[in-house]
Design a protein around this ligand. Structure first.
Ligand SMILES: *Cc1c(COP(=O)(O)O)cnc(C)c1O
Length: 420
């Protein structure tokens, strides 16, 4: 007999730290003692180990633009696996996937494949440092670029200060070179560039932030970063791990018309398998080994199964109708949720800031108790939203009008009950 959810959870905690392989999965941020375990997925829904069917707005945190167990992706994976699961030698599909990324993303002339967004962001920064022969990097409070040491920083006090480690185990020697600025605050960046510009290798930013809730860039913000980089000789890096192939085929840079020097991609590009990428200007990318001297490598990079899944998805995203449809569905969801708080949306990434009126323009302490109540109320109604107020909902092509309207109705019912 299969284990119950509680039995699974007890066993998990005995063999895995905190019972999970990534902290947010424990669902503590929304007040749960015990997460659900997934048995399988199908389109917009998940089936849990205890036999429930949930409408899923998380979609593995963004990768699944065609929903769970998308038949074309599954078939591509199955066919690829029959020919071998890893070679550590060049394959045709890697070249095809690289071509797909170069064709789609405006800034990308050359691209390298890796296995996670963390790895891609970490490698892009190393490359920027190697190319510029400088060490310092500006990042923004509330933007997430994976868990490499140099990104795990909190802002020090003051406008333009050096970062301090945000986690034990991160040496201050590493975060000393990371400067934390406020999102959408050009003045804080200008001050940091004035102070550290000569040693500045890069400014890295989520061009549409998705990790402090969905926070769009203010008009002129990305353009100002572009100018500050050009003036100081630093590289502009867009982390499009969420926005890439989601807000447009060419990501935020296509949609908003600002071109970075380097771009970090992940999530959708792997079609739900472990694959990510970083790419950009050819003169910069050529500095990578073996054509250049900046070292970067990976046993499973360009893995044949992951590239098969990625290609299956990205080829279908050449169709503009896909984005028109994602836009329509996401707008329907956003409009329906608007009475219950502040909704911020760009394309198919959106956040309901429950019970809030004011816009969220930069990293802000949010009402997580209120969101936790909403999360638990929806889960009781078999609807699974992100288990954190600081995340997005990810509409996919598997979410039809019925799923959207059912979600709006459930939120509405909860607010009428006073639970929202
Ligand atoms: C998810 C995410 C990452 C990290 O990707 P992983 O594959 O989880 O390592 C980096 N940047 C952004 C913007 C992300 O949302």
């Amino acid at each position: 007999m299969a284990l119950t959810r509680t039995e699974l959870w007890h066993r998990a905690q005995k063999v895995i730290p905190g019972g999970v392989n990534s902290p947010v999965r424990a669902m503590r941020g929304v007040g749960l003692d015990e997460p659900f375990f997934v048995k399988r997925g199908d389109g917009a829904t998940l089936e849990t180990a205890d036999g429930r069917t949930l409408l899923d707005w998380v979609q593995s945190w963004g990768p699944l633009i065609f929903g769970h167990a998308d038949p074309e992706t599954v078939e591509a994976v199955r066919e690829a696996a029959l020919d071998g699961t890893s070679f550590g030698a060049p394959t045709e599909r890697e070249v095809e996937l690289a071509q797909e990324l170069v064709d789609a993303v405006p800034s990308v002339e050359l691209v390298r494949l890796v296995s996670s967004g963390t790895e891609a962001a970490m490698s892009a920064v190393r490359l920027a440092r190697g190319f510029t022969h400088r060490d310092r990097v500006i990042k923004f409070a509330g933007c997430y670029h994976g868990h490499a040491d140099g990104f795990l920083v909190s802002a020090g006090s003051g406008l333009a200060t050096l970062g301090i480690p945000a986690s034990p185990g991160v040496p201050s020697g590493v975060t000393n070179d990371t400067i934390v600025c406020e999102y959408n605050d050009v003045e804080s960046v200008a001050a940091a560039v004035a102070e550290y510009g000569e040693g500045l290798a890069a400014i890295i930013v989520e061009p549409i932030a998705g990790n402090m809730g969905c926070v769009p860039p203010a008009p002129g913000f990305l353009e100002a970063l572009r100018l500050l980089c050009d003036a100081s000789g630093a590289l502009l890096i867009f982390d499009e791990v969420i926005s890439g192939f989601r807000v447009a085929r060419g990501g935020a840079q296509e949609r908003l018309g600002v071109t970075p020097d380097l771009t970090v991609l992940g999530k959708i590009v792997g079609g739900g398998l472990p694959l990510a990428a970083f790419g950009g200007r050819a003169d910069v990318m050529r500095v990578l080994a073996p054509s250049g001297s900046v070292y970067q490598a990976g046993t499973l990079s360009g893995n044949p199964i992951a590239t098969a899944a990625g290609l299956s998805v990205l080829r279908r995203l050449r169709d503009d109708d896909v984005y028109a449809e994602l836009e329509r569905r996401s707008a329907r969801l956003a409009d329906g949720l608007a009475p219950f708080g502040r909704v911020q949306r760009v394309g198919a990434m959106l956040t309901l800031f429950a019970g809030r009126d004011e816009p969220v323009e930069r990293f802000t302490e949010l009402d997580t108790d209120r969101y936790g109540e909403l999360f638990r109320g929806l889960l009781e109604r078999d609807i699974y939203i992100a288990p954190s107020q600081y995340e997005c909902l990810f509409p996919s092509l598997a979410h039809g009008d019925d799923e959207i309207d059912a979600t709006i109705a459930a939120v509405s019912a909860l607010f009428e009950d006073g639970n929202g």
